[in-house]
Design a protein around this ligand. Structure first.
Ligand code: SF4
Length: 326
């Protein structure tokens, strides 16, 4: 591993000053970054440890639930307000990684984690995300875990997070600090599709810092479900996952939120499928129709073409669980 400097500033301003210099990277839990450094995928000159910043809080604000960027995945998933009022988030967090990793991983780090595409981690292979312009090993290679939505000719990687799928579904907002002050963006605008620049995973500028996320109040607590389909029951990334949240009144759907993981370069929100559910009876038939609508534009790349069937089945099943039909 390349030698690097390590600093641990005590103030937000000092962090922002440090990260504005080239060659620096922020570290919090380090559960992904340290792996990337060991493998030579990334080689920063300086690590800026942000663990002295007061960003661990989980609290209620006028905008809803605010979770600091340094709140641990395990702590958020077991927080009583989260389990009672935002159970979709708790379920998604518990579906991610392993207990040991959840005890180290932070909310901000979860958002910033990088794809688990094998070609990205193997520095002997071509990868446009790791080294732009070198090609995409996965496009015609081993791509079982890869995207079926929103891919480009440059990259077909997926974002690996479960937590982010729930936050996208729940209309969360990301709070970001930069030299010019704070900005708030919808969670769905934080991560990006690969397009011509697969090296960019998200819209965070190099000299910015995630302060936390806010989730608005909702009426989904009773009818939420996170369904993750994976090769083994723990410590595996999603082949397909679905965050489903419904508001049901007298058997009719008043409101719906749906997002998928394991299928795109970002959490994949299913806006059209959500709209199609409103006013419909909460039945398997309605859910299967929404699932078919959600698949418009999907494309397989060989090894991952099984997802074209798995994804709608997972959407339908997640909605059935959310509605209490199973
Ligand atoms: Fe690299 Fe993306 Fe291709 Fe994987 S899918 S090899 S991350 S460019």
């Amino acid at each position: 591993m390349k030698q690097f400097q390590y600093v641990k500033p005590a103030t937000q301003q000092a962090v922002l000053d440090a990260v504005s210099k080239p060659g620096t990277k922020i570290i919090a839990g380090g559960t992904n970054l340290v792996d990337l450094m060991k493998r030579g995928v990334t080689a920063p000159d300086k690590l800026v440890d942000i663990n002295l910043l007061p960003l661990k809080n989980i609290g209620i604000t006028k905008n809803g639930l605010r979770i600091g960027a340094l709140a641990l995945n395990s702590v958020v998933s077991e927080h009583s307000f989260v389990t009672q009022n935002q159970p979709l988030l708790a379920m998604a967090l518990k579906a991610g990684a392993s207990p040991q990793l959840r005890n180290m991983a932070t909310v901000g780090g979860n958002m910033m984690q990088r794809t688990r595409c094998g070609y990205f981690y193997d520095t002997t292979m071509p990868c446009n995300k790791r080294v732009p312009g070198t090609g995409c090993g996965a496009m015609e290679g081993v791509n079982r875990m890869h995207a079926i939505f929103g891919a480009s000719s440059q990259c077909i990687a997926v974002h690996p997070s479960d937590m982010c799928v729930a936050l996208a579904a729940l209309d969360a907002t990301v709070i970001i600090a930069g030299k010019k002050g704070e900005r708030h963006i919808p969670f769905t605008a934080f991560h990006r599709l690969p397009g011509e620049h697969p090296e960019l995973d998200n819209t965070l500028a190099k000299d910015e810092l995630i302060l936390g996320v806010e989730i608005p109040d909702n009426n989904f607590a009773k009818n939420s479900y996170y369904l993750k389909i994976r090769d083994r029951q723990s410590y595996a990334f999603a082949l397909v996952s679905v965050a489903a949240a419904l508001e049901i009144d007298n058997g009719l759907i008043k409101d719906a939120r749906l997002a998928m993981g394991g299928v795109a370069h970002k959490p994949w929100r299913l806006f059209d499928a959500e709209k199609s559910l409103v006013g419909k009876p909460a039945t398997e038939e309605s859910f299967a129709q929404a699932a078919q609508l959600a698949m418009q534009g999907a494309k397989g790349y060989g090894n991952n073409s099984f997802k074209l069937k798995l994804a709608p089945a997972t959407i339908t099943e997640a909605l059935k669980h959310a509605a209490g039909l199973v």
